[in-house]
Design a protein around this ligand. Structure first.
Ligand code: NAD
Length: 436
């Protein structure tokens, strides 16, 4: 749907209507169409709908950075604040060669919906720098990270917009950014950013938070669907941070048997299952899951067609699409990745009785523990890991129940239900504040 097809009396001036790439693949156009569909279920008034289609604020920055060879290179970056009606914006900073303003806008909007579906008192933001961190030295990355904060430092603040790590950024980069921000302020303000190392105010329980949140959701989905998980099988696409922790926690917390795992180099399969400990030892030794003794190789596509109870997509967008969705036999899809299922596949899966736990909910454990980090930073008192797990479990199960109930009420699939919950909450905050 283009901007001009939206319901209601508003049309946009051409300058505002311009997005960078006018294509169906443009993530910002996709994010806007998802909102448009939700707005029609909620019968949103045109002003609320229009306001939510666009970021409230955007910052475009240009940064000179000294390279190791003595030359200066100019980098471009962004910070987008999509909506802060419910609280300060929250969202990662990505360092990526293909970053565009539209990717950052879409990701900022998705953060607004993710924080709202989790009922966190936060809004949605995102940042990005066009660069290739794989080709930069640690010194160059440090200078770029500090340059980003020198330019964007007045746009963010603990009460206003709190960044975090994302694609190709990590706790060390967060530490440099927190330091630069503190130097600019003249006092330590580590709460400016989350995902920090523990000695600089990071939170216990952040490393496995995304997978742990997803595991709580799988447990709840199995309960509502009457599926037994003890000894049941699962397959995991992607064996990075979220996928490998999902293996560990599905074994430990749910008693499940993981029978197939993939990474970018291939898929390994053993119908009797294999342990996280053994596979991680192999991956550390060889750099990949492939060639793991006692398993047979499969094509990456075949992983989705296995007769397993749960599939965890934990790698890429669009992994489940109209081509493979009809052949999926799993009873539950737990979306640890962002955007792994296309809209056509959502409908096919629902018609086939497969229970999809949408990304907005399933992978929200990460931002929830980031929020716990903000809270701990603000009162300078730190919780034990068990406390974090307990609070995360409560947040995840409450959000799960709300989305499950809403899907029933509106007769829609879970993803639309998550959007309905989220958009309704943000719209209500905007109404109460008198914005619309
Ligand atoms: P990661 O980089 O640690 O791991 C990604 C894994 O996917 C790697 O093992 C890689 O080899 C594998 N992979 C890449 N292409 C593949 C392919 N074609 N087939 C199979 N495997 C492939 O990333 P991550 O942090 O685990 O994130 C994975 C997904 O989860 C992303 O969509 C990310 O946005 C989402 N996510 C992560 C977090 C988090 O806290 N890490 C939070 C929310 C969402």
């Amino acid at each position: 749907m283009s901007e001009r097809n939206i319901p209601g009396e508003y049309t946009l001036p051409d300058t505002l209507a311009k997005t960078e790439i006018r294509s169906e693949q443009n993530p910002f156009i996709i994010a806007q169409s998802q909102l448009d569909e939700t707005a029609s279920y909620l019968k949103l008034d045109p002003a609320t709908h229009q306001l939510l289609r666009w970021p409230l604020r955007e910052l475009h920055i240009t940064m000179p950075v000294k390279l190791d060879n003595g030359t200066t290179r100019i980098f471009h970056g962004f910070r987008v604040q999509h909506n802060d009606a419910r609280g300060p914006c929250k969202g990662g900073i990505r360092f990526h060669p293909d970053e565009t303003i539209d990717t950052v806008r879409a990701l900022a909007a998705w953060m607004t919906w993710k924080t709202a579906v989790m009922n966190l008192p936060l809004g949605g933001g995102k940042g990005g720098v066009i660069c290739n961190p794989k080709k930069m030295s640690p010194g160059e990355l440090e200078r770029l990270s500090r340059a980003y904060i020198r330019q964007a430092g007045s746009f963010v603040a603990p009460e206003k917009d709190v960044p975090a790590p994302d694609v190709y950024t990590n706790p060390q980069i967060m530490a440099w950014m927190a330091d630069e921000y503190s130097m600019l302020r003249g006092y330590n303000e580590f709460g400016i950013i989350t995902g920090k190392p523990l000695p600089l105010g990071g939170s216990a329980g952040r490393n496995d938070a995304t997978a742990r949140g997803g595991i709580y959701c799988v447990r709840e989905a199995a309960r509502v669907k009457g599926i037994g998980l003890q000894g049941a099988t699962a397959a995991i696409q992607g064996y990075g941070n979220s996928g490998s922790y999902a293996h560990k926690l599905a074994e430990k917390m749910l008693g499940m048997k993981i029978v197939a795992v993939s990474d970018s180099k291939g898929t390994v399969f053993n119908p009797d299952g294999f342990t996280h400990e053994d596979l991680m030892a192999h991956k550390k030794r060889t750099g990949s899951v492939t060639g793991f003794p006692g398993t047979e190789p499969l094509s990456n596509e075949a992983l989705f067609e296995l007769d397993v109870t749960v599939i965890f997509p934990a790698a890429l967008e669009g992994a489940i699409n109209r081509n493979n969705a009809p052949r999926i036999k799993a009873k539950i899809i737990a979306e640890l990745a962002n955007g792994p299922t296309t809209p056509e596949a959502d409908i096919i899966l629902r018609n086939n009785g497969c229970y999809v736990i949408p990304d907005l909910l399933c992978n929200a454990g990460g931002v929830t523990v980031s929020y716990f980090e903000m809270v701990q930073n603000s009162y300078g008192y730190y919780w034990e890991e068990e406390e974090i797990h307990h609070r995360l479990e409560k947040k995840m199960t409450d959000a799960f129940s709300q989305v499950h109930r809403t899907a029933g009420q509106y007769g829609v699939h879970n993803r639309m239900a998550a959007y309905i919950v989220a958009v309704e909450r943000v719209a209500e905050a905007m109404r109460l504040r008198g914005w619309v």
